[in-house]
Design a protein around this ligand. Sequence first.
Ligand SMILES: Nc1ncnc2c1ncn2[C@@H]1O[C@H](COP(=O)(O)OP(=O)(O)OP(=O)(O)O)[C@@H](O)[C@H]1O
Ligand code: NI
Length: 315
Amino acid sequence: MTTTVRTSSLLAISDLTVRFRLPDATVHAVTGIDVTVAPGELLAVVGESGCGKSVLAHALLGLLPANAAVTGTALLHGDGAPIDLLTADDKILARSVRGRRIGLVPQSPATALTPVRTGRRLLEETLRAHGRPRAEADTVAAGVGLTPADLDLYPHELSGGMAQRLATALALAPDPPLLLADEPTSGLDRPLVDATLDVLRQRCDNGAAVILITHDLAAAQRVADSVAVMYASRIVEHRPAAGFFAGPRHPYAHALLDALPDRAFAPIPGHPPMLTALPAGCAFAPRCPHAADDCGIQPGLHPDVACHHPIGDRP
Ligand SMILES: Nc1ncnc2c1ncn2[C@@H]1O[C@H](COP(=O)(O)OP(=O)(O)OP(=O)(O)O)[C@@H](O)[C@H]1O
Ligand code: NI
């Protein structure tokens, strides 16, 4: 489901599907994702906990565990022939993609930081490994609100929010053309949220692309060019941000926005389905006030919104 026709794409994901095999069940973690991301674009991927956002990011970087089965394609363009991230050899991903062409801000950064080095050592090593002067460490850190003194701390001395910001600085340091930022603002208070978002936005304005995974719809609204809403492993709506926030079209997306305190503050009734037992039709249908018989047969196939009865189409 792609909304904007773009002349160039940096990443073209087609029918990306991830299944986890468990001893007695299959987890449908990501289903049929079609997305392209252009240089300069900030795509926000939003949706409730467990809908498949992080698995999507990990699939692109070859970071899924052995019980995962991945199908589809994800072409990363650049100089030379595109690389299919889903089938590329792990040596190629490790040597030339992860950290270099695609940066990752992991969702739980505290565990990803090497404990025996200060933030400054980690950041300087990353800069040096990518041919950039070590002296830039303070500047990169300042961009995410870390002072030179903060950089001299060891990971165990950092608060959760400081570790989060250090992880963002480490991902930004090589200046990757594509950044996957998985909840980079969780645990931060509003000024630091905004500072982090603005750094990401600035990267895009300088030509990089960012996929921002977030629960925070206000964050998405502040900086995103386009928004993809995931529900139960699928993207259910993918549209330019301004139109999306002015008038979401999928009933789930509408309900998600209506749950915000500064909107109707109305919780969505019911619960998301188990990913081991998804229905054949639209997974939101059992919770949807607009569901009709056709919703139970297959998910909607409208180009921008996977719904048989999108808001705005009804009389
Ligand atoms: N290794 C695994 N084996 C089996 N199931 C898994 C595995 N990793 C993730 N899952 C399942 O895949 C689904 C999607 O998980 P994912 O981490 O992508 O959710 P998310 O949208 O990032 O949620 P959150 O917002 O809480 O981070 C979840 O149901 C999760 O339990
Ligand atoms: Ni996640």
